[in-house]
Design a protein around this ligand. Structure first.
Ligand SMILES: Cc1cc2nc3c(=O)[nH]c(=O)nc-3n(C[C@H](O)[C@H](O)[C@H](O)COP(=O)(O)OP(=O)(O)OC[C@H]3O[C@@H](n4cnc5c(N)ncnc54)[C@H](O)[C@@H]3O)c2cc1C
Length: 440
Protein backbone atom coordinates (compact mmCIF):
# COMPACT_ATOMS: atom_id res chain seq x y z
CA UNK A 1 0.00 0.00 0.00
CA UNK A 2 1.54 3.30 -1.07
CA UNK A 3 1.08 6.12 1.41
CA UNK A 4 1.51 9.57 -0.10
CA UNK A 5 4.46 11.34 1.52
CA UNK A 6 2.28 14.33 2.38
CA UNK A 7 0.53 12.22 5.03
CA UNK A 8 3.67 12.15 7.12
CA UNK A 9 3.73 8.34 7.29
CA UNK A 10 6.64 6.91 9.26
CA UNK A 11 8.65 3.73 8.66
CA UNK A 12 6.65 0.50 8.86
CA UNK A 13 6.33 -0.94 12.38
CA UNK A 14 5.07 -4.36 11.29
CA UNK A 15 2.10 -4.04 13.69
CA UNK A 16 -1.16 -5.33 12.24
CA UNK A 17 -4.10 -3.60 13.91
CA UNK A 18 -7.55 -5.14 13.51
CA UNK A 19 -10.20 -2.48 14.04
CA UNK A 20 -13.84 -3.40 14.66
CA UNK A 21 -16.27 -0.68 13.54
CA UNK A 22 -15.95 2.08 10.94
CA UNK A 23 -17.45 4.92 13.01
CA UNK A 24 -15.43 8.08 13.59
CA UNK A 25 -13.44 6.26 16.29
CA UNK A 26 -12.47 3.26 14.16
CA UNK A 27 -11.76 5.32 11.04
CA UNK A 28 -9.58 7.79 12.93
CA UNK A 29 -7.66 4.98 14.62
CA UNK A 30 -7.02 3.47 11.16
CA UNK A 31 -5.94 6.76 9.56
CA UNK A 32 -3.62 7.52 12.47
CA UNK A 33 -2.24 3.96 12.36
CA UNK A 34 -1.26 4.58 8.74
CA UNK A 35 0.39 7.86 9.73
CA UNK A 36 2.39 6.07 12.44
CA UNK A 37 3.49 3.19 10.16
CA UNK A 38 1.14 0.36 11.27
CA UNK A 39 -1.05 -1.79 9.03
CA UNK A 40 -4.73 -1.38 9.98
CA UNK A 41 -7.72 -3.28 8.63
CA UNK A 42 -11.33 -2.43 9.55
CA UNK A 43 -14.28 -4.84 9.84
CA UNK A 44 -17.70 -3.16 9.78
CA UNK A 45 -21.12 -4.81 10.03
CA UNK A 46 -22.92 -2.26 7.77
CA UNK A 47 -23.22 -3.71 4.25
CA UNK A 48 -22.62 -0.29 2.65
CA UNK A 49 -21.83 3.29 3.58
CA UNK A 50 -25.08 5.11 4.34
CA UNK A 51 -25.65 8.76 5.21
CA UNK A 52 -27.12 8.17 8.67
CA UNK A 53 -27.78 10.30 11.74
CA UNK A 54 -28.25 14.03 12.13
CA UNK A 55 -26.22 16.75 13.88
CA UNK A 56 -22.80 15.93 15.30
CA UNK A 57 -20.24 18.23 16.90
CA UNK A 58 -16.47 18.29 16.70
CA UNK A 59 -14.62 20.69 18.99
CA UNK A 60 -11.29 22.36 18.11
CA UNK A 61 -9.49 19.46 19.80
CA UNK A 62 -10.92 17.27 17.00
CA UNK A 63 -10.38 19.94 14.34
CA UNK A 64 -6.67 19.94 15.21
CA UNK A 65 -6.61 16.25 14.26
CA UNK A 66 -8.59 16.64 11.01
CA UNK A 67 -6.47 19.66 10.01
CA UNK A 68 -3.37 17.43 9.86
CA UNK A 69 -4.92 15.12 7.28
CA UNK A 70 -4.15 15.53 3.57
CA UNK A 71 -2.52 18.95 4.14
CA UNK A 72 -5.79 20.40 5.39
CA UNK A 73 -7.94 19.20 2.46
CA UNK A 74 -10.11 17.00 4.69
CA UNK A 75 -10.86 19.89 7.06
CA UNK A 76 -11.62 22.16 4.08
CA UNK A 77 -14.12 19.60 2.72
CA UNK A 78 -15.75 19.34 6.15
CA UNK A 79 -15.94 23.14 6.49
CA UNK A 80 -18.05 23.40 3.32
CA UNK A 81 -20.89 21.30 4.77
CA UNK A 82 -20.67 22.45 8.39
CA UNK A 83 -22.58 25.20 10.13
CA UNK A 84 -21.09 28.68 9.84
CA UNK A 85 -21.95 30.84 12.86
CA UNK A 86 -19.30 33.53 12.46
CA UNK A 87 -22.01 36.11 11.71
CA UNK A 88 -24.93 34.82 13.82
CA UNK A 89 -23.41 33.23 16.95
CA UNK A 90 -25.65 31.36 19.41
CA UNK A 91 -28.82 33.01 20.74
CA UNK A 92 -29.93 31.71 24.12
CA UNK A 93 -33.62 32.42 24.79
CA UNK A 94 -35.59 32.21 28.02
CA UNK A 95 -37.79 29.18 27.46
CA UNK A 96 -41.22 30.73 28.18
CA UNK A 97 -40.96 34.39 27.16
CA UNK A 98 -38.60 33.76 24.25
CA UNK A 99 -36.51 36.80 25.17
CA UNK A 100 -32.87 36.51 23.98
CA UNK A 101 -30.82 36.44 27.17
CA UNK A 102 -27.42 36.32 25.51
CA UNK A 103 -25.89 36.14 22.05
CA UNK A 104 -22.79 34.01 22.43
CA UNK A 105 -20.32 34.92 19.69
CA UNK A 106 -18.36 32.21 17.92
CA UNK A 107 -14.63 32.46 18.55
CA UNK A 108 -12.63 33.66 15.53
CA UNK A 109 -11.86 30.89 13.04
CA UNK A 110 -8.62 28.99 13.56
CA UNK A 111 -7.74 26.87 10.54
CA UNK A 112 -5.27 24.84 12.63
CA UNK A 113 -8.04 23.85 15.08
CA UNK A 114 -11.39 24.27 13.30
CA UNK A 115 -14.78 23.47 14.82
CA UNK A 116 -17.32 21.43 12.87
CA UNK A 117 -21.04 20.95 13.46
CA UNK A 118 -22.80 19.21 10.61
CA UNK A 119 -24.62 16.13 9.42
CA UNK A 120 -23.06 13.04 10.96
CA UNK A 121 -23.49 10.94 7.81
CA UNK A 122 -22.09 13.55 5.43
CA UNK A 123 -19.01 14.28 7.58
CA UNK A 124 -18.52 10.56 8.13
CA UNK A 125 -18.49 9.98 4.37
CA UNK A 126 -15.55 12.38 3.97
CA UNK A 127 -13.52 10.60 6.65
CA UNK A 128 -14.49 7.16 5.31
CA UNK A 129 -13.35 8.09 1.80
CA UNK A 130 -10.10 9.52 3.11
CA UNK A 131 -9.32 6.27 4.97
CA UNK A 132 -9.94 4.38 1.72
CA UNK A 133 -7.76 6.80 -0.22
CA UNK A 134 -4.92 6.13 2.25
CA UNK A 135 -5.27 2.45 1.37
CA UNK A 136 -6.99 1.29 4.58
CA UNK A 137 -8.80 -1.98 3.89
CA UNK A 138 -12.41 -1.60 5.09
CA UNK A 139 -14.27 -4.88 5.00
CA UNK A 140 -18.00 -4.08 5.00
CA UNK A 141 -20.87 -6.46 5.72
CA UNK A 142 -18.68 -8.23 8.26
CA UNK A 143 -20.16 -8.63 11.69
CA UNK A 144 -17.52 -9.57 14.23
CA UNK A 145 -18.92 -12.37 16.37
CA UNK A 146 -16.01 -13.16 18.58
CA UNK A 147 -12.66 -11.91 19.80
CA UNK A 148 -9.70 -14.02 20.91
CA UNK A 149 -6.12 -13.51 22.01
CA UNK A 150 -3.02 -15.41 23.07
CA UNK A 151 0.30 -14.21 24.47
CA UNK A 152 1.53 -13.58 20.90
CA UNK A 153 -1.49 -12.60 18.83
CA UNK A 154 -5.04 -11.29 18.88
CA UNK A 155 -7.87 -11.70 16.44
CA UNK A 156 -11.52 -11.85 15.58
CA UNK A 157 -14.04 -14.33 14.16
CA UNK A 158 -16.64 -13.26 11.64
CA UNK A 159 -20.20 -14.50 11.24
CA UNK A 160 -19.16 -16.87 8.42
CA UNK A 161 -16.54 -18.50 10.65
CA UNK A 162 -13.51 -16.70 9.15
CA UNK A 163 -10.75 -16.08 11.68
CA UNK A 164 -8.51 -13.07 11.24
CA UNK A 165 -5.24 -12.70 13.16
CA UNK A 166 -3.25 -9.59 14.02
CA UNK A 167 -1.15 -8.07 16.80
CA UNK A 168 -3.84 -5.85 18.32
CA UNK A 169 -7.64 -5.76 18.20
CA UNK A 170 -9.39 -2.44 18.70
CA UNK A 171 -13.05 -2.71 19.70
CA UNK A 172 -14.46 0.57 18.36
CA UNK A 173 -17.89 -0.98 17.99
CA UNK A 174 -19.99 1.77 19.57
CA UNK A 175 -22.34 2.00 22.55
CA UNK A 176 -23.63 -1.55 22.20
CA UNK A 177 -20.11 -2.95 22.07
CA UNK A 178 -19.47 -6.66 22.14
CA UNK A 179 -15.78 -6.07 22.71
CA UNK A 180 -16.63 -4.41 26.02
CA UNK A 181 -18.02 -7.65 27.46
CA UNK A 182 -14.94 -9.51 26.38
CA UNK A 183 -12.48 -6.99 27.75
CA UNK A 184 -14.29 -6.64 31.07
CA UNK A 185 -15.11 -10.31 31.50
CA UNK A 186 -18.75 -9.47 32.35
CA UNK A 187 -21.63 -7.64 30.72
CA UNK A 188 -21.80 -3.96 31.63
CA UNK A 189 -25.52 -3.15 31.53
CA UNK A 190 -26.51 0.37 30.44
CA UNK A 191 -28.66 2.41 32.80
CA UNK A 192 -31.29 4.95 31.88
CA UNK A 193 -29.89 8.44 32.37
CA UNK A 194 -33.42 9.61 33.12
CA UNK A 195 -33.39 11.66 29.89
CA UNK A 196 -34.15 11.20 26.22
CA UNK A 197 -33.62 13.37 23.17
CA UNK A 198 -36.08 13.96 20.37
CA UNK A 199 -34.09 14.90 17.28
CA UNK A 200 -34.77 15.71 13.68
CA UNK A 201 -33.04 16.93 10.50
CA UNK A 202 -35.00 18.06 7.43
CA UNK A 203 -34.94 20.55 4.60
CA UNK A 204 -36.27 24.05 5.18
CA UNK A 205 -38.94 24.65 2.49
CA UNK A 206 -41.82 24.98 4.99
CA UNK A 207 -39.75 27.17 7.30
CA UNK A 208 -38.99 29.54 4.43
CA UNK A 209 -42.63 29.73 3.42
CA UNK A 210 -43.73 30.86 6.89
CA UNK A 211 -43.08 34.57 7.73
CA UNK A 212 -42.52 33.69 11.41
CA UNK A 213 -39.80 31.11 10.79
CA UNK A 214 -38.27 32.54 7.60
CA UNK A 215 -35.85 34.61 9.72
CA UNK A 216 -33.95 31.40 10.57
CA UNK A 217 -33.21 30.37 6.97
CA UNK A 218 -33.15 33.33 4.60
CA UNK A 219 -29.78 34.81 5.62
CA UNK A 220 -27.59 31.77 6.15
CA UNK A 221 -26.92 29.57 9.16
CA UNK A 222 -28.38 30.20 12.63
CA UNK A 223 -28.26 28.62 16.08
CA UNK A 224 -30.87 29.20 18.80
CA UNK A 225 -31.44 27.54 22.15
CA UNK A 226 -34.42 27.79 24.48
CA UNK A 227 -33.01 27.02 27.89
CA UNK A 228 -34.27 25.70 31.14
CA UNK A 229 -37.84 24.80 30.84
CA UNK A 230 -38.57 22.36 33.66
CA UNK A 231 -35.98 19.65 32.93
CA UNK A 232 -36.07 20.33 29.18
CA UNK A 233 -33.92 22.25 26.73
CA UNK A 234 -34.40 22.83 23.02
CA UNK A 235 -31.64 23.56 20.48
CA UNK A 236 -32.39 24.53 16.90
CA UNK A 237 -29.99 25.21 14.04
CA UNK A 238 -30.19 25.94 10.35
CA UNK A 239 -27.28 24.82 8.18
CA UNK A 240 -25.89 24.75 4.65
CA UNK A 241 -26.67 28.39 4.05
CA UNK A 242 -30.02 27.97 5.80
CA UNK A 243 -31.32 25.26 3.46
CA UNK A 244 -31.47 22.46 6.07
CA UNK A 245 -32.42 22.56 9.71
CA UNK A 246 -32.16 20.36 12.71
CA UNK A 247 -33.31 20.44 16.29
CA UNK A 248 -32.73 18.44 19.45
CA UNK A 249 -34.91 18.52 22.53
CA UNK A 250 -33.60 16.91 25.70
CA UNK A 251 -36.35 15.96 28.14
CA UNK A 252 -37.05 13.75 31.16
CA UNK A 253 -37.76 10.16 30.27
CA UNK A 254 -37.82 7.17 32.58
CA UNK A 255 -39.06 4.69 29.98
CA UNK A 256 -37.40 1.94 27.95
CA UNK A 257 -33.70 2.03 27.38
CA UNK A 258 -32.81 1.87 23.72
CA UNK A 259 -29.52 3.04 22.32
CA UNK A 260 -30.74 2.96 18.73
CA UNK A 261 -30.51 6.08 16.61
CA UNK A 262 -33.71 5.38 14.71
CA UNK A 263 -36.37 4.83 17.37
CA UNK A 264 -39.41 6.71 15.91
CA UNK A 265 -40.76 9.71 17.83
CA UNK A 266 -44.25 11.25 18.02
CA UNK A 267 -44.74 14.95 17.24
CA UNK A 268 -47.81 15.11 19.49
CA UNK A 269 -45.64 14.14 22.49
CA UNK A 270 -43.07 16.82 21.65
CA UNK A 271 -45.80 19.46 21.35
CA UNK A 272 -47.24 18.40 24.70
CA UNK A 273 -43.87 18.95 26.41
CA UNK A 274 -43.62 22.41 24.79
CA UNK A 275 -47.19 23.47 25.69
CA UNK A 276 -46.23 26.38 27.98
CA UNK A 277 -43.16 27.44 25.99
CA UNK A 278 -42.42 30.36 23.70
CA UNK A 279 -44.90 29.63 20.85
CA UNK A 280 -42.07 29.95 18.32
CA UNK A 281 -40.77 26.56 19.52
CA UNK A 282 -44.03 24.81 18.63
CA UNK A 283 -44.03 26.68 15.30
CA UNK A 284 -40.60 25.23 14.50
CA UNK A 285 -41.58 21.75 15.66
CA UNK A 286 -44.73 21.83 13.53
CA UNK A 287 -42.59 22.04 10.34
CA UNK A 288 -41.02 18.66 11.13
CA UNK A 289 -42.03 15.71 8.95
CA UNK A 290 -43.06 13.02 11.50
CA UNK A 291 -41.03 10.33 9.70
CA UNK A 292 -37.89 12.40 10.34
CA UNK A 293 -38.39 12.43 14.10
CA UNK A 294 -36.17 10.20 16.23
CA UNK A 295 -36.65 9.48 19.92
CA UNK A 296 -33.28 8.53 21.35
CA UNK A 297 -33.07 7.38 24.94
CA UNK A 298 -29.91 8.64 26.59
CA UNK A 299 -28.11 5.84 28.26
CA UNK A 300 -25.68 6.25 31.08
CA UNK A 301 -22.81 3.94 31.93
CA UNK A 302 -20.58 4.15 34.94
CA UNK A 303 -16.98 4.63 33.83
CA UNK A 304 -15.54 1.21 32.99
CA UNK A 305 -12.81 -0.05 35.31
CA UNK A 306 -10.54 -0.73 32.33
CA UNK A 307 -10.45 -0.45 28.53
CA UNK A 308 -7.70 -3.01 27.98
CA UNK A 309 -7.78 -6.81 28.37
CA UNK A 310 -5.49 -8.23 31.03
CA UNK A 311 -5.21 -4.82 32.73
CA UNK A 312 -6.42 -4.34 36.32
CA UNK A 313 -9.17 -6.83 37.06
CA UNK A 314 -9.80 -7.66 33.38
CA UNK A 315 -9.02 -11.12 32.06
CA UNK A 316 -6.91 -11.71 28.95
CA UNK A 317 -3.51 -11.16 27.42
CA UNK A 318 -3.41 -7.39 26.99
CA UNK A 319 -3.84 -7.18 23.21
CA UNK A 320 -7.48 -6.08 22.95
CA UNK A 321 -8.63 -2.55 23.76
CA UNK A 322 -11.79 -0.47 23.61
CA UNK A 323 -11.97 2.89 21.87
CA UNK A 324 -14.58 5.63 21.47
CA UNK A 325 -18.17 5.00 22.57
CA UNK A 326 -17.49 1.36 23.44
CA UNK A 327 -15.17 2.59 26.20
CA UNK A 328 -17.00 5.79 27.16
CA UNK A 329 -20.45 6.89 25.90
CA UNK A 330 -21.08 10.62 26.24
CA UNK A 331 -24.17 12.74 26.84
CA UNK A 332 -24.84 15.12 23.90
CA UNK A 333 -24.59 18.14 26.23
CA UNK A 334 -20.83 17.56 26.39
CA UNK A 335 -20.65 17.92 22.58
CA UNK A 336 -17.43 15.89 22.91
CA UNK A 337 -18.36 12.21 22.27
CA UNK A 338 -17.00 11.95 18.75
CA UNK A 339 -14.09 14.28 19.53
CA UNK A 340 -12.92 12.08 22.39
CA UNK A 341 -13.08 9.03 20.10
CA UNK A 342 -10.73 10.87 17.74
CA UNK A 343 -8.30 11.71 20.55
CA UNK A 344 -8.32 8.01 21.50
CA UNK A 345 -7.40 7.00 17.94
CA UNK A 346 -4.47 9.40 17.75
CA UNK A 347 -3.15 8.35 21.16
CA UNK A 348 -3.41 4.65 20.41
CA UNK A 349 -1.52 4.89 17.12
CA UNK A 350 1.35 6.86 18.66
CA UNK A 351 1.80 4.63 21.75
CA UNK A 352 1.88 1.55 19.53
CA UNK A 353 4.68 3.09 17.47
CA UNK A 354 6.59 4.09 20.57
CA UNK A 355 6.13 0.75 22.37
CA UNK A 356 6.82 -1.32 19.24
CA UNK A 357 5.62 -4.72 18.08
CA UNK A 358 7.42 -6.51 20.90
CA UNK A 359 5.66 -4.49 23.61
CA UNK A 360 2.01 -4.29 22.55
CA UNK A 361 0.81 -4.85 26.12
CA UNK A 362 2.84 -1.98 27.52
CA UNK A 363 1.61 0.21 24.66
CA UNK A 364 -2.08 -0.53 25.22
CA UNK A 365 -1.81 0.05 28.95
CA UNK A 366 -0.14 3.38 28.26
CA UNK A 367 -2.99 4.26 25.88
CA UNK A 368 -5.46 3.74 28.73
CA UNK A 369 -3.35 5.57 31.30
CA UNK A 370 -2.91 8.60 29.05
CA UNK A 371 -6.60 8.83 28.16
CA UNK A 372 -8.58 7.60 31.16
CA UNK A 373 -8.73 10.56 33.57
CA UNK A 374 -9.14 13.15 30.82
CA UNK A 375 -12.07 11.26 29.29
CA UNK A 376 -13.73 10.89 32.68
CA UNK A 377 -13.48 14.60 33.35
CA UNK A 378 -14.84 15.51 29.91
CA UNK A 379 -17.72 13.02 30.34
CA UNK A 380 -18.70 14.82 33.55
CA UNK A 381 -19.16 18.13 31.67
CA UNK A 382 -22.10 16.58 29.80
CA UNK A 383 -23.92 16.28 33.12
CA UNK A 384 -22.92 19.68 34.46
CA UNK A 385 -24.05 21.53 31.32
CA UNK A 386 -27.35 19.64 31.25
CA UNK A 387 -27.94 20.39 34.94
CA UNK A 388 -27.03 24.06 34.47
CA UNK A 389 -29.54 24.34 31.61
CA UNK A 390 -32.25 22.41 33.44
CA UNK A 391 -32.06 24.16 36.82
CA UNK A 392 -31.43 27.72 35.78
CA UNK A 393 -31.44 30.44 38.41
CA UNK A 394 -33.00 33.29 36.37
CA UNK A 395 -32.17 35.93 39.00
CA UNK A 396 -28.51 35.03 38.62
CA UNK A 397 -28.79 35.01 34.82
CA UNK A 398 -30.32 38.52 34.89
CA UNK A 399 -27.27 39.82 36.73
CA UNK A 400 -24.78 37.74 34.72
CA UNK A 401 -26.14 36.49 31.36
CA UNK A 402 -22.76 34.92 30.64
CA UNK A 403 -23.50 32.36 33.38
CA UNK A 404 -25.90 30.52 31.04
CA UNK A 405 -23.55 30.44 28.03
CA UNK A 406 -22.46 27.10 26.60
CA UNK A 407 -19.20 26.38 28.46
CA UNK A 408 -16.08 26.53 26.31
CA UNK A 409 -13.49 24.98 28.53
CA UNK A 410 -9.93 25.75 27.55
CA UNK A 411 -8.53 22.55 29.12
CA UNK A 412 -10.79 20.55 26.78
CA UNK A 413 -10.45 22.62 23.60
CA UNK A 414 -6.75 23.48 23.67
CA UNK A 415 -5.68 19.86 24.06
CA UNK A 416 -3.48 18.54 21.24
CA UNK A 417 -3.74 14.76 21.55
CA UNK A 418 -0.81 14.05 19.24
CA UNK A 419 1.53 16.56 20.86
CA UNK A 420 0.53 15.32 24.30
CA UNK A 421 1.20 11.65 23.62
CA UNK A 422 4.49 12.51 21.92
CA UNK A 423 5.48 14.39 25.10
CA UNK A 424 4.35 11.95 27.81
CA UNK A 425 4.26 8.64 25.89
CA UNK A 426 7.79 7.34 26.55
CA UNK A 427 7.63 7.92 30.29
CA UNK A 428 4.22 6.28 30.65
CA UNK A 429 5.19 3.33 28.45
CA UNK A 430 8.24 2.79 30.68
CA UNK A 431 5.90 2.55 33.71
CA UNK A 432 3.32 0.31 32.07
CA UNK A 433 6.03 -1.96 30.66
CA UNK A 434 7.29 -2.48 34.20
CA UNK A 435 3.76 -3.40 35.30
CA UNK A 436 3.57 -5.95 32.45
CA UNK A 437 6.91 -7.51 33.52
CA UNK A 438 5.84 -7.68 37.16
CA UNK A 439 2.60 -9.41 36.20
CA UNK A 440 4.43 -12.00 34.05
C1 LIG B 1 -25.66 5.01 12.42
C2 LIG B 1 -25.15 5.98 13.45
C3 LIG B 1 -25.70 7.27 13.50
C4 LIG B 1 -25.24 8.18 14.46
N1 LIG B 1 -25.78 9.44 14.47
C5 LIG B 1 -25.30 10.35 15.34
C6 LIG B 1 -25.80 11.68 15.35
O1 LIG B 1 -26.68 12.03 14.59
N2 LIG B 1 -25.28 12.56 16.24
C7 LIG B 1 -24.30 12.22 17.13
O2 LIG B 1 -23.83 13.06 17.91
N3 LIG B 1 -23.80 10.96 17.14
C8 LIG B 1 -24.29 10.02 16.27
N4 LIG B 1 -23.78 8.74 16.30
C9 LIG B 1 -22.80 8.38 17.32
C10 LIG B 1 -21.48 9.00 17.05
O3 LIG B 1 -21.07 8.73 15.73
C11 LIG B 1 -20.52 8.45 18.08
O4 LIG B 1 -21.01 8.81 19.37
C12 LIG B 1 -19.12 9.01 18.00
O5 LIG B 1 -18.76 9.41 16.70
C13 LIG B 1 -18.11 7.96 18.50
O6 LIG B 1 -17.97 7.01 17.47
P1 LIG B 1 -17.54 5.51 17.63
O7 LIG B 1 -16.71 5.23 16.43
O8 LIG B 1 -16.99 5.23 18.95
O9 LIG B 1 -18.93 4.70 17.56
P2 LIG B 1 -20.01 4.58 16.39
O10 LIG B 1 -20.08 5.82 15.59
O11 LIG B 1 -21.25 4.11 17.04
O12 LIG B 1 -19.43 3.42 15.43
C14 LIG B 1 -19.43 2.06 15.80
C15 LIG B 1 -19.40 1.24 14.52
O13 LIG B 1 -19.19 -0.13 14.85
C16 LIG B 1 -20.00 -0.94 14.03
N5 LIG B 1 -20.20 -2.21 14.73
C17 LIG B 1 -20.86 -2.44 15.89
N6 LIG B 1 -20.82 -3.74 16.24
C18 LIG B 1 -20.08 -4.35 15.28
C19 LIG B 1 -19.69 -5.72 15.08
N7 LIG B 1 -20.01 -6.68 15.95
N8 LIG B 1 -18.95 -6.01 13.98
C20 LIG B 1 -18.59 -5.06 13.09
N9 LIG B 1 -18.95 -3.74 13.24
C21 LIG B 1 -19.68 -3.40 14.31
C22 LIG B 1 -21.26 -0.11 13.88
O14 LIG B 1 -22.01 -0.49 12.76
C23 LIG B 1 -20.70 1.31 13.75
O15 LIG B 1 -20.44 1.67 12.41
C24 LIG B 1 -24.23 7.80 15.38
C25 LIG B 1 -23.68 6.50 15.32
C26 LIG B 1 -24.12 5.59 14.36
C27 LIG B 1 -23.50 4.20 14.30
Amino acid sequence: MAVPETNGARPKTGIKVIIVGAGFGGLTAAIECVRQGHSPVIYESFPSLKILGDIISFGPNAGRIFARWENGDIARAMRKISIDLQAYGFNIHKWDTGEVVINQKSPPRDETAPVFNGHRGELHEIVFNYAKKLGVEIVLDSRVDNYWETEDAAGISLGDGTRVEGDVVVGSDGVRSKARTLVLGYEDKPKSSGYAVWRSWFSNEDMLADPETRQFCENGDTFNGWIAGPDVHFLFSTLKGGSDCCWVLTHKDEHDIDESWSFPGKLSEVKEVLRDWDPLCTKIISKTPEEKLVDWKLVYRDPLPTWVSGYGSAPGHGRICLLGDSAHPFLPTSAQGATQALEDGVTLAVVLRKAGKSNIKGGLRAYQDIRYERVRKVQKTGETTRDMWHNTDWEKVKKDPQSIAFPREDWIFSHDAEKHVEEVGDEIIAKTSTSVEQQA
